[in-house]
Write a protein that binds this ligand. Sequence first.
Ligand code: PXL
Length: 271
Amino acid sequence: MVKPLRPPVVLTIAGLDPSAGAGILGDIKTISAFGCYGIAAVTSVTFQNTLQVFGALDQTGETVRRQIAPLFDDFEVSAIKTGMLPSAEVIREVAALIEARAVPLVVVDPVLRSTSGFDLIDEGAVDALSGVLFPLATLVTPNVAEAKRITGLDIRDQREMERAAEAILKMGARAALITGGDANGDLSADLLLDAQGAVVYSAKRIRSKHTHGTGCTLASAIACLLARGRSLRESVSIAKQYINAGILSAPGLGHGNGPLNHFPAGFEIEN
Ligand code: PXL
């Protein structure tokens, strides 16, 4: 008999996207693709398909805590990825749980709005995100639109991207990755800033509508690679290649912004 290996346990705390490109379902697929064991707490049930988000029914701080506390009592959680956290109350509860359990690796994807323009977080909760959760984050992964709203800064070029990343580190995050996939131009450049300085990861822009879930998937992939002992820079680089491969081999499902492929060839992890 082959001796069973214990995979690192990665917890995603995020919304449910029933179309399974983004949110906890997309995260669980990504976590599985990277040879980790995914567990999840749902913060909001969203109503959506690949065309549109029609609404959301948010969980409370209490119902999120009652999902997470038993998991912490039973599993050794190597890394956490947070996605859609709909209210200041949920954000404070999640921050208190992370702090109490001293989880070492925390990737915060500051989800604010869907691609179709639906607000996934209360207006007042954006401050709680930066004030309470960023100080616990190993890495924060906003796209350009999210970084602008969080910092109040304009981001028109790489230099301004770096200024915004500096502002996020000042809010207490240990590192920030601002993704440029949603910006204009032929290059999709992401900027990582950590204590060692800034690195830019450039890739040729792939013109595709099948990008639903790329933000969630990127943050989950990085959480898994960190849990498996890779450095932050190596994790970001591999996760970005994985997203590229996932967009290029997207299954072409749905009539709107379809999901990427969460299991692209070449990223199999041997346990
Ligand atoms: O991609 C942002 C996002 C994150 N999480 C959930 C979502 C969406 C976008 O629709 O539904 C649950």
